[in-house]
Design a protein around this ligand. Structure first.
Ligand code: E4P
Length: 218
């Protein structure tokens, strides 16, 4: 399972990248706004900077147009920024048409805002490189987000779809583990749940004891 970080914060991207386990980055307009990016040129420059930090990973850059022509024009500009840019397109009718156009024209896409198996089937049919089910937001609304990941994984396996399942809207380290069990190809998570995977009190207790005992033979 690949690890993407879900942020536009350059320091957090560097920290995850330095850990050596980072395979890519996802962003969205809310995450870009959160770090104070203003203006189209600044948005493009920020994506380029992220691509320079994470040299070998896919970087999702989201369109904000909602009509076919707008999505295609915007997506072409984003894809031209760097070879690792994946155009993030919302799961709407015009978005599905645009994903098919991008597929036919060699531009990779991440279909975002996916909340059902039916939407995931459409994304795969249109040829999206990634489909992003938002499991945390599903949990927030009283449904089981991990169950959706399992369902999509089963459908994609049965049907032989090549679209990768990118589990998004991760809220905890447990979500990451559950996604690995459920068959996600990728998780995209804020930094904290990723770092949370490192933690176990018995590791800390065991290390303290080893270091204490090491003093005896030093
Ligand atoms: C996915 O690509 C989105 O950027 C993200 O995972 C949304 O997460 P949220 O529900 O925490 O906003």
């Amino acid at each position: 399972m690949k690890f993407f970080i879900d942020t536009a914060d350059l320091e957090q991207i560097k920290e995850a990248n330095d850990l050596g386990i980072l395979d890519g980055v996802t962003t969205n307009p809310s995450l870009m706004a959160k770090v104070g990016i203003k203006g189209q040129e600044a948005v493009y420059q920020h994506y380029k900077t992220i691509c320079e930090i994470v040299k070998d990973g896919d970087i999702s850059a989201e369109v904000v147009s909602t009509d076919f022509n707008g999505i295609v024009e915007e997506g072409k500009k984003l894809a031209a920024l760097h070879k690792n840019i994946v155009v993030k397109v919302p799961m709407i009718k015009e978005g599905v048409k645009a994903i098919k156009w991008f597929t036919d024209n060699g531009i990779r896409t991440n279909c975002t805002l996916v909340f059902s198996a039916g939407q995931a089937i459409l994304a795969a049919k249109a040829g999206a490189a990634y489909v992003s089910p938002f499991l945390g937001r599903i949990d927030d609304s009283g449904w089981d987000g991990v169950q959706l990941i399992e369902q999509i994984a089963e459908i994609y396996a049965v049907q032989g779809y090549e679209t990768e399942i990118l589990a998004a809207s991760i809220r905890s380290s447990l979500h990451i583990i559950q996604c690995a069990e459920a068959g996600a190809d990728v998780i995209t998570s804020p930094l904290e749940p990723i770092l949370g995977l490192l933690k176990h009190p018995l590791t800390d207790i065991g290390l303290a004891k080893f270091l204490e005992d090491a003093k005896k033979f030093n």
